[in-house]
Design a protein around this ligand. Structure first.
Ligand code: MV4
Length: 455
């Protein structure tokens, strides 16, 4: 097992990793920018190192500084959390070169899944169902037309290096296709420095359902059911729940089994998420994330398994603490991402938290690094905490969530708490009757999404 873990992240996920390390008796090192000198993750860690100025590029993304912090403190492994360097294959390789463990997947698997074309090719080979589309990249408009005619319109042009919906264009008819191809390639080149694109059948009303997996890196892997993350705004998840209101136990076991089997074939190491669109009873692979995700507590609440603990164990070569037969879904969990943003304009609202009172009670979990007197810096994402609620049934979970949201007080800044108080009382949400477009349609309908310039 590792003796000392350096946490190359900040905010609530840095605390989450600290907690797992402490329970394992592993010493912890926090790194921080000058903007985060007073942050909770710095206070709770055994040691801390300042690694640069507020801009993430010069601190949390600065590989030489993080390596230096490992050498100064004698940390023998790094946990990258999510975002920042978590899906940077080169970072994993540089750490290995310095004989420092990376608490994450093998570099080759990070690299393959980072290229959406390679990821899809790999998924297909491993027996995961994929969206019908081009075999590999597309550059020639005539080839695009041939593929589109075969799969049928509407089609979607997607960037190979894509993320956050950038470099994605729908073509409703053949007449739209050439322009969609050009626009997607131009946008992809500008955003990612890579103009490789591919073509898929455009699914018009899917749900976003993702399967959590864990691999031991030597041919063992399990699945931990799914999360439904369909409620998103501008490709930012807002509300996540598990299990999906759209699935039953047999469907869960089937798609989970397919995913675990694929990960065994890869000898995948660590935590991962296989993302699907789900429409008319069919699953279609879109991407794989090779990191712990923001919404991982949903899975922890319904399975009782500590995903970060498992990540650390397998990274140290210790194997998983569970086999598939031990993993059972108990009840239902919902996570609300509480952002420091105006609940209608979604404009970021950094500043001083003058009062902070998180809810408690049975089945209520708050993962947050915020506290009364904390000043949210303007330099990073606006997530200030996650409220995760568990119940024996989805209805009990919703009742408990309504109560917990009413108890939660954050003063001094705007937060998205009022949006959640509305959502939890909405009939479609209560019925689980939503797809990936539901939230944006709802916000437009209710006049809750005042468009703010250039965001
Ligand atoms: C799609 C799709 C429809 N059909 N692919 C959005 C970002 C990237 N992660 C994949 N995305 C989509 N891929 C096909 N073939 C619709 C989306 C999509 C979406 C997906 C998940 C959650 C929210 C979304 C919002 C808009 C579009």
């Amino acid at each position: 097992m590792f003796d000392k873990i350096l946490i190359a992240n900040r905010g609530e996920i840095a605390l989450r990793i600290l907690r797992a390390a402490k329970e394992l008796g592993i010493a912890t090192v926090a790194v921080h920018s000058t903007a985060d000198a007073d942050a909770m993750h710095v206070r709770l860690a055994d040691e801390s190192v300042c690694i640069g100025p507020p801009a993430a590029r010069e601190s949390y993304l600065n590989i030489p500084s993080i390596i230096a912090a490992c050498e100064i403190t004698g940390a023998d492994a790094v946990h990258p959390g999510y975002g920042f360097l978590s899906e940077n294959a080169r970072f994993a390789e540089v750490l290995a070169h310095h004989n420092i463990g990376f608490i994450g997947p093998k570099a080759e698997h990070i690299r393959v899944m980072g290229d959406k074309i390679e990821a899809k090719r790999t998924a297909k080979r491993l027996g995961i169902p994929c969206v019908p589309g081009s075999e590999g990249g597309i550059t020639d408009p005539e080839e695009a037309k041939r593929v589109a005619a075969e799969i049928g319109y509407p089609v979607l042009v997607k960037a190979a290096s894509g993320g956050g919906g950038r470099g994605m264009k729908v073509a409703r008819t053949e007449g739209d296709l050439e322009q969609a191809l050009t626009m997607a390639r131009t946008e992809a080149k500008a955003a990612f420095g890579d103009d490789a694109v591919y073509l898929e059948k455009y699914l018009t009303k899917p749900r976003h359902i993702e399967v959590q997996i864990l691999g031991d890196g030597r041919g063992g892997a399990v699945h931990l059911a799914e999360r439904d993350c369909s409620l998103q705004r501008r490709h930012q998840k807002v509300w996540e729940e598990g299990g999906s209101p759209a699935l039953d136990a047999a469907m869960r076991a089937e798609i989970g089994g397919i995913c675990a089997n694929a990960m065994r074939q890869l000898s995948y190491l660590g935590a991962g998420t296989i993302e699907f669109l789900y429409e008319d009873g069919q699953f279609y692979f879109i991407e794989m994330n090779t990191r712990i995700q923001v919404e991982h507590p949903v899975t922890e609440m319904i399975t009782g398994i500590d995903l970060v603990n498992e990540q650390i164990r397998v990274a140290a070569g210790g194997g998983l603490s569970v086999v598939q037969e031990d993993i059972r879904v108990e009840g239902h969990a919902i996570e609300c991402r509480i952002n420091a943003e105006h609940p209608a304009t979604f404009r970021p609202s950094p500043g001083l938290i003058t009062y902070f009172h998180p809810p408690g009670g049975l089945g209520v979990r708050v993962d947050s690094a915020a506290f009364q007197g904390y000043r949210i810096p303007p330099n990073y994402d606006s997530l200030i905490g996650k409220l995760i609620v568990h119940g024996r049934t989805r209805n009990e979970c919703l009742m408990r969530l309504r109560r917990a949201l009413d108890e939660f007080v954050v003063d001094g800044i705007d937060t998205t708490l009022p949006l959640f108080r509305t959502l939890v009382r909405n009939a479609d949400v209560q019925n689980g009757d939503y797809d990936i477009h539901w939230l944006e349609d709802f916000l437009a309908r209710e006049g809750l999404s005042e468009t703010d310039p250039k965001r």
